[in-house]
Design a protein. Structure first.
Lengths: 118, 107
């Protein structure tokens, strides 16, 4: 099934930047579309961004478009999320996940917590 | 964008109870509807895809049904390890969407 391990979360101040990484093992990430999904404390799941196989087609939720950038390094089998101009409402656990057949997500990483606070 | 609405938002049930959660889509989505289970402090985990296909390894007490705009997740006999939050999810071309979640608590 494979394993996804996120890293890079932490406490930052509003307006600062952070880069999240998602290290993939057990499958070749270059064969799949990949996504980021976030979950604010005590809230539900919210889709953030996706990237296609060659990395040429990306999409973002309205709330992060223009501030976040998704990318992938197939040689390292790693997915990234560059987050700029962070706001307090970006505080959440960020999960990376693999898309299956333009439909469902499986598996998921364990998540990395991003806290934006002054 | 397609919106997903789950009901109820929470429910209390006892071990052995039959539990049904409903998910409604704002537009017809055929059977492109998936269910996830999330236990406290853990990542979501896929339970059911394509509305009714059980992921390998998921207990048979879980089942899904529906098509179009209305879908259900049923747990035939609730077990202690099933107390969790459940999310439905659809994926159209540009923007996947999740329901707001249904928390299943112990009565």
């Amino acid at each position: 099934e494979g394993q996804l391990v996120e890293s890079g979360g932490g406490l930052v101040q509003p307006g600062e930047s952070l880069r999240l990484s998602c290290a993939v093992s057990g499958f070749n990430m270059s064969n799949y579309w990949m996504h980021w999904v976030r979950q604010a404390p005590g809230k539900g799941l919210v889709w953030v961004s996706r990237i296609n196989i060659p990395g040429t087609n990306v999409a973002y939720a309205d709330s992060v478009r223009g501030r976040f950038t998704i990318s992938r390094d197939t040689a390292k089998n790693t997915l990234y999320l560059q987050m700029n101009s962070l706001r307090s409402d970006d505080t959440a656990v960020y999960y990376c996940t693999r898309e299956m057949f333009l439909n469902w997500f499986d598996p998921w990483g364990q998540g990395t917590l991003v806290t934006v606070s002054s | 964008d397609i919106q997903m609405t789950q009901s109820p938002s929470s429910l209390s049930a006892s071990v052995g109870d039959r539990v049904t959660i409903t998910c409604r889509a704002s537009q017809r989505i055929n059977t492109f509807l998936n269910w996830y289970q999330q236990k406290a402090g853990k990542a979501p985990a896929l339970l059911i895809y394509d509305a009714s296909t059980l992921k390998s390894g998921v207990p048979s007490r879980f089942s899904g049904s529906g098509s179009g705009t209305e879908f259900t997740l049923t747990i035939s006999s609730l077990q202690r390890e099933d107390f969790a939050t459940y999310y439905c999810q659809q994926y159209n071309t540009y923007s996947p969407a999740f329901g707001q979640g249904t928390k299943v608590e112990i009565k």
